[in-house]
Design a protein around this ligand. Structure first.
Ligand SMILES: Nc1ncnc2c1ncn2[C@@H]1O[C@H](COP(=O)(O)OP(=O)(O)OP(=O)(O)O)[C@@H](O)[C@H]1O
Ligand SMILES: [Mg+2]
Length: 1053
């Protein structure tokens, strides 16, 4: 039910009428027409009244209002029905069709164009070029078809004189990808003759009015319409159509669609040929007919790209094959005229069909692969000539009205009959609604053997001269008793019918009197073979292609072609079958008056149309019926997510029960009926609400599915990771185990090996065991060391410990640590070192032992030092476990200075060969000396001194000698600068630095060359703090020693 419209405009849906009666229906229709509301719904059918004025209701804004909306959400409109058809097609992948019916001038063609425009406007949101191209072609093809297939009639200035059914193909996304046009029975008799007040097809007038001078000249045409016999009847008629402007539009459209220039040219040539043909006159000379205006023949020959004599021959003779002989039979004048007219009609019809074929070639769906692009769906739009009652109704009207009977039958079938039958079948309580079933009239026309068409075909097949009157006679005898057929002979009192000429059919839309004149000829539709051959032999390939059957040789016997009426009947049956296979939507057009006036609502005319269109019955069925129905299973499939009883699967005894439960849960039980296999929903609103609920649930379902799927993915990932970790764990175990096994294998029996496994190569451990390996190696090394130590005599152990200490301290810092020799320690007492003096030293040592109560002698040795006057002096040092003594060897080892060992804070040595050593003291009175050995000369004892002292202090304290020294400053940089790396051994933690002080001494052992600098820090207030950096000091001294370099540098902070 339509909404959004105030009641002042009447009821938007006839279903809302208070009583279903003709007066109320008409009153509503009239009110709406007068208020400018030309559309009204009957459920899903749109009733449209021709406004005869342009309305501003087809623009972009209106399109937006209808796009994607449900039918009843907006006021009635063509767009609503177009959208419904489009949605059905998209949502349910259903082929749909929109059948537009109504009498001539009711607005069918206009409606079909608006529908096409709407579909074009709402599709292809992604602006794909190919789709735009297809849409453009579909829209443009309309104007070409109208130019060649429409004409001004007394009822309609732009009356379609052919039937058109257009399929638009859509891809799975709902975008148009192509189309196909089927055309039905062009009223070709119009080419040669028109009723008063009517015109021939627009194309002729367009050419003459719109073609350029030059073009007309080349076609041997002149602008004046009245010069041409075939069109002069309507030449003076005023019409709303601007032919000249239309000519350009059509020419452009042909170009856009893809007609080649030579094709367009041929089209104009054909039109010109027809106009010239109409001017041909035959005169009789004795018995022989001649062409009066021979010049026209040569023009025609030129236009058709053939020879003049061949044209002339085709017009005056016909070739007849009698047995093996071929003779040219001369026409009578009448036959010549008939032949000429038949030729004109045939080439126009051929041209029209060729145009449709060309358009189809261009717009047809190409390269569509359903496996790739999904199902290709179709919306068909049928715009076919409406019911016609003229003053003089001939064969064409008979066909057209038969076509309307067929379509009405389809409407009845789908909307009235099937619907009611379905309610009965489904067991829905239903009171039958009566309607007039026009099947009886359809049968009257098309029934085999008995129908009018069959009788007409029989008459045409008779050999010998059969007249139209004879055909009428046959009708009278065969159909005399038919309730919908009558003639003067059957009803002598009916003065409206002429004897031997007229018959009347009571059509569903009204009585129509047909004149039989021309029925036989038009049905036979004879065209002499000579014309076909003439056209086939044209040197214009476009023309030649239009007439392939001209290829047949004269003697070839061809099957009798189907008659025009039978061809039309077959095409109608096919059309109706095609429409019946689709979901139909109806637009019922009504013509408000015969004056083309926007003001007049002719009650009588409209009531008649409402009656014959069966609209009232439509309302009744609709009101009593249901807007929607669907099999339970399908219904559940679409809406089961709405209810927890049905989602994801129901456990009720049947789908029907499940649907009931679902509907009750939504509260729609009043608006539905349950059939045997289907649910019936009365109002579209319910369906819409279901759709809305579904859409809401879909979101949640999508989220739910995503959740489940993500969970599944995560679980799968977790399991994989867990499995991988298990594998890794086992692999690691395996690696560790094999490493341990390998170590065990390699070190098996290591106790018995001579080197206690020193040579055994350690296997590469897995990464995780690196630290373990280090520890293991340490254990092993300690074990091996213990094994080695076991072999060392106890007396040698102190020496070994001292050597180890020296090595720990100086390894890598000094080249020679003297590890290879035995460390004597007390060199002053050992004879080889001091054969002359040791005698004097020993008593001094003993005296000191007595006095100072030392237990062990750690070291003694001769040394040299440089005094402040740079004089070298010999001295000796004597280190016991209590003191460090400086002695004068020249004075019987007189003690010159005694430093308690606990006053020593550190020891600095260089990394050079020199034996310089600095004893750092707490009171900063460092003792700087150079060890000096006489026997053997220059034996390096620095290693020994460091080892012995470090070993001694190690046993007393627990400091780390190495780090303290290294971190104090950077010996490496000094090394780079001076070639000297200084090693520091700090016996006690270093004192904080306040500033640098330095003393300079000459090397006491090698006084010739380099200087030795000792830089020391001090708290002593009398020393000046040094402001220079160590590097600067070194630079100075490098310069001082004139390139001699610095052999040793001793520094400490
Ligand atoms: N919606 C409309 N708005 C304005 N004018 C309209 C509308 N519909 C129809 N007309 C007018 O009515 C005329 C006839 O309409 P149309 O050609 O569509 O009739 P038809 O039903 O196709 O007739 P036929 O059967 O003769 O082809 C149009 O040329 C136009 O002037
Ligand atoms: Mg039309």
């Amino acid at each position: 039910m339509a909404e959004q419209e105030s009641l002042e405009f009447g009821k938007a849906d006839f279903v809302l009428m208070d009583t279903v009666s003709m007066p109320e229906f008409m009153a509503n229709l009239r009110l709406r027409f007068e208020k400018g509301r030309i559309y009204t719904f009957i459920g899903e059918v749109v009733v449209s009244v021709n406004p005869y004025k342009s309305l501003n209701i087809y623009g972009r804004e209106t399109i937006e209002q209808y796009k994607g909306r449900e039918l009843y959400e907006r006021p009635p409109h063509l767009f609503a029905i177009a959208d419904a058809a489009y949605k059905a097609m998209k949502r349910r992948s259903k082929d749909t069709c929109i059948v537009i019916s109504g009498e001539s001038g009711a607005g069918k063609t206009e409606a079909s164009k608006y529908i096409m425009q709407y579909i074009a406007a709402i599709t292809n949101p992604s602006q794909r070029a190919e789709i735009e191209r297809v849409k453009n072609m579909l829209l443009k093809s309309n104007c070409v078809l109208e130019a060649f297939g429409n004409a001004k009639t007394n009822r309609n200035d732009n009356s379609s004189r052919f039937g058109k059914y257009m399929d638009i193909n859509f891809d799975f996304k709902g975008d148009p990808i192509g189309g196909h046009i089927s055309n039905y029975l062009l009223e070709k008799s119009r080419v040669i003759v028109q009723q008063p007040g009517e015109r021939s097809f627009h194309s002729f007038y367009q050419l003459l009015q719109g073609g350029s001078e030059q073009m007309l000249r080349s076609l041997h045409l002149q602008k004046s319409l009245s010069s041409y016999n075939y069109i002069h009847v309507g030449a003076q008629l005023k019409s709303s159509i601007n032919d000249a402007a239309e000519f350009k539009v059509v020419a452009d459209a042909m170009k856009v669609i893809g007609f080649k220039p030579e094709e367009i040219q041929t089209v104009y040539k054909i039109l010109a040929t027809i106009l010239h043909l109409g001017n041909l006159k035959f005169v009789v000379d004795g018995d022989t007919p001649l062409i009066e205006n021979g010049k026209v023949v040569s023009i025609i020959a030129e236009l058709l790209s053939t020879k003049t004599d061949m044209v002339e021959k085709a017009l005056l003779y016909r070739t007849v094959a009698t047995g093996r002989d071929i003779i040219d039979k001369q026409h009578t004048e009448q036959e010549a005229c008939y032949g000429r007219d038949a030729f004109a009609k045939a080439i126009y019809e051929r041209l029209f069909c060729w145009i449709v074929t060309r358009i189809n070639d261009i717009i047809e769906v190409k390269n569509y692969d359903t496996t790739v692009h999904g199902k290709n769906t179709v919306i068909g739009v049928l715009d076919i000539y409406g019911f016609e009652i003229f003053d003089n109704n001939s064969f064409e009207q008979f066909c057209i009205n038969y076509c309307n009977e067929k379509l009405q039958q389809l409407f009845i079938q789908l909307v009235l009959k099937q619907e009611q039958e379905e309610y009965q079948r489904e067991g829905i309580p239903w009171k039958h609604i009566d309607y007039f079933n026009n099947q009886i009239i359809v049968d009257l026309v098309e029934q085999q053997h008995k129908g009018i068409i069959a009788i007409l075909d029989d008459a045409c097949m008779n050999v010998g001269k059969v007249t139209d009157a004879m055909f009428l006679e046959a009708l009278n005898s065969k159909l005399g008793k038919h309730g919908h057929f009558s003639s003067r002979k059957l009803c002598a009192s009916d003065k409206m019918l002429e004897f031997d000429r007229d018959f009347r059919i009571r059509h569903y839309a009204g009585d129509v009197v047909y004149s039989v004149i021309g029925f036989i000829d038009k049905n036979k539709d004879t065209l002499f073979q000579d014309f076909k051959r003439l056209m086939y032999n044209s040197s214009n390939p476009v023309l030649k292609n239009m007439w392939p059957e001209g290829k047949l040789s004269i003697t070839e016997v061809t099957k009798r072609p189907l008659t025009a009426a039978t061809l039309f009947k077959n095409s109608m049956i096919a059309l109706v079958d095609n429409l019946a296979s689709k979901e139909p939507y109806y637009v019922r057009c009504i013509k408000p008056n015969d004056k083309k006036s926007p003001q007049v609502f002719d009650d009588e005319r409209c009531r008649h149309q409402v009656e014959y269109l069966g609209l009232l019955e439509n309302v009744r069925v609709r009101r009593a019926g249901f807007a929607f129905r669907q099999a339970y299973e399908k219904f559940l499939h679409r809406y089961k997510m709405i209810s927890e009883f049905t989602w994801p699967n129901h456990d009720l005894p049947s789908d029907k029960e499940a649907v009931k439960k679902l509907i009750e849960q939504c509260g729609f039980q009043e608006d539905v009926a349950y059939g045997k296999t289907k649910i019936f929903i009365r109002t579209p609103r319910t369906l819409f609400t279901l759709e809305e609920l579904r859409a809401q649930m879909l979101l949640r379902i999508v989220l739910f599915l995503q959740k489940v799927w993500r969970g599944t993915l995560a679980r799968m990932r977790y399991k994989r990771t867990k499995a991988a970790l298990t594998i890794i764990r086992y692999y690691r175990h395996y690696k560790v185990k094999s490493y341990i096994h390998e170590v065990a294998r390699r070190f098996h029996g290591v106790r018995t090996m001579r080197d206690h496994g020193k040579h055994v190569k350690w296997p590469t451990p897995p990464k995780v065991l690196r630290r373990f390996e280090e520890a293991l190696q340490a254990i092993f090394n300690r074990w091996r060391a213990s094994q080695l130590i076991k072999t060392i005599p106890a007396s040698d152990l102190p020496q070994v410990r001292a050597k180890v200490a020296a090595m720990e301290m100086l390894k890598g810092q000094r080249a020679d640590l003297g590890l290879q020799r035995a460390w004597e320690g007390n060199y002053l007492a050992s004879k080889p070192d001091t054969p002359q003096t040791s005698g004097t030293f020993v008593p001094v040592a003993n005296e000191l032992k007595r006095k100072d109560k030392y237990m062990n002698v750690l070291f003694s040795c001769h040394v040299r030092k440089v005094n402040r006057f740079s004089k070298v002096e010999d001295r000796a040092i004597f280190v016991t476990d209590r003191h460090l003594y400086k002695m004068d060897p020249t004075k019987q080892y007189k003690v010159m200075k005694t430093i308690p060992l606990y006053n020593l804070t550190g020891l600095s040595v260089s990394n050079g060969k020199d034996q310089l050593v600095v004893f750092h003291t707490k009171d900063n009175k460092d003792l700087i000396v150079c060890l000096f050995s006489k026997q053997p000369t220059h034996e390096n004892r620095i290693g020994e001194l460091v080892g012995v002292l470090v070993n001694h202090f190690k046993r007393l304290t627990d400091w780390d000698t190495r780090t303290g020294g290294r971190e104090a400053f950077s010996p490496a940089r000094w090394g780079e600068e001076s070639g000297a790396v200084v090693v520091h051994c700090f016996f006690y933690p270093a004192t904080p630095t306040r500033g640098l002080h330095f003393k300079e001494k000459l090397c006491p052992c090698d006084p010739g060359v380099p200087s030795v600098i000792a830089i020391c820090s001090s708290f002593s207030p009398q020393r000046k703090p040094c402001t220079r950096t160590v590097e600067q000091i070194l630079e100075v001294h490098k310069a001082k020693s004139r390139g001699g370099g610095i052999r040793g540098a001793l520094c400490w902070p």
